[in-house]
Design a protein around this ligand. Sequence first.
Ligand code: ADP
Length: 456
Amino acid sequence: MTLRERAASSTQRELASIDQDDSKRSAILSEDPRLSVLFELAGIFATRQDLDTMLARSLSSLVETLDAAQAGVLLLHDPADERLTVRAAHGYSLSGLQSIRLAIGEATCGKTFQTGAPQLYPTPRALAESRRSLTPDNARAFREAIIGDQSPQSAVCMPLFTGESKVGVLMLENLEEPDSFVRTDLPFLQAVVDLVALAVQNARLRRKLQETRALDEANRLKGELLSILAHEMRTPLTSIKGYSTALLLQEASFDPEAQREFLEIIDEECDTLESLVHDLLESSIIDAGLLKLEPQPIMLPKLSEETIDEIAHRTEDHRFMIDFPEHFPIVDADPDRIRQVLRNLLDNAVKYSPDGGLVITRGEHNDDEIVVSVADQGVGISPEHLNRLFDKFFRVDSGRGHHVVGSGLGLPISRTIVEAHGGRIWAESEVGQGSTFHFTLPLDGISRGVSDSQNE
Ligand code: ADP
């Protein structure tokens, strides 16, 4: 036999022994359903799905494998209000049980949680006795959530512990006969709930870890933002300082035209600084959840025209066009906030078309929504940057080209405002061919009136 043949035959032997191991394991598992539950639970927890999916799959696996169990619920303790809530159910409609907030000591599960000891309920009478302490609302929710018409004849409740602390309760029910669960079942059930409790603890630790990572990332971004803003602010400040120092120089004298030009530059740079500070303040207001909308019927053609006039007087290189159909719907929206979105889009259209060009503001509508778009003939945006534009602080690196001062906050703020109105915002662009930004606002309720853009 050659070396290669010998190696092949040894691999075949190993594969055959693995197959044998697998079939031996299947035989053992099918003989002992309890072992098969433990194997299945270990498999479920190894997949690291979200906690509710893991709990639902664990409960189903238990009920389907254990002869005595035909229905059940799994409740977890919510330390915020010291109540137990149902997180998984079998034989009950989970949505029907979601209103339940069980007090510690209330009925079967509440009592098991309180005592921290397993409880057997061998007869319908024992169950009814214990359920007498249910509040009327909780009792109704349990009754109405039962799937089918059989009520439990016997049950067992097991507390879930992680270390010293209790995290929840598992209740299994038999719908056919009394005395289905016996004391000798308890050690096995304890092993099961210990596994479930471990999975709960792991899922909670994983969530905490994610929160800590998100916090670290937010802190890192904040630090980055500070250095970006400091850099962005330095550009206009340097210019303001330079021109004002020049104007104050006693030994230099400038003709009135030059003086006016210096003052205009200082004025513009102050506007740039003001807009940076404004974006920053707005962003922190939104982060603090303080964005409040005061909707009222607004006429977008008019609002757009006013905003364009405001922007147009700041630039001589750009031309503006407005195109709204004659009977444009009146929209229910916050006029100041929508003006802010328009101002930001128009401002960007000007900032990012350094060679000038045409900026077109267009309005369209269908039965459900209006769409406003602002199109420019500027530098455009590459496809890989398009879907990041609305991320906080994202700015396309202009490389060694003309640097445009900005915070990278205007578009995220606009998105928050548009989405708070129930609308969407997006961009279409091609590098060197200009960009078009669109946003929608829903039409509902009183918004279905129409404005005559010709008569405004
Ligand atoms: P800012 O303009 O202050 O940087 P924004 O959030 O308004 O912040 O815009 C984010 C980035 O999107 C800009 O830095 C720019 O790179 C890009 N951008 C926005 N509008 C346009 C546009 N009309 N044309 C080209 N690029 C744009």
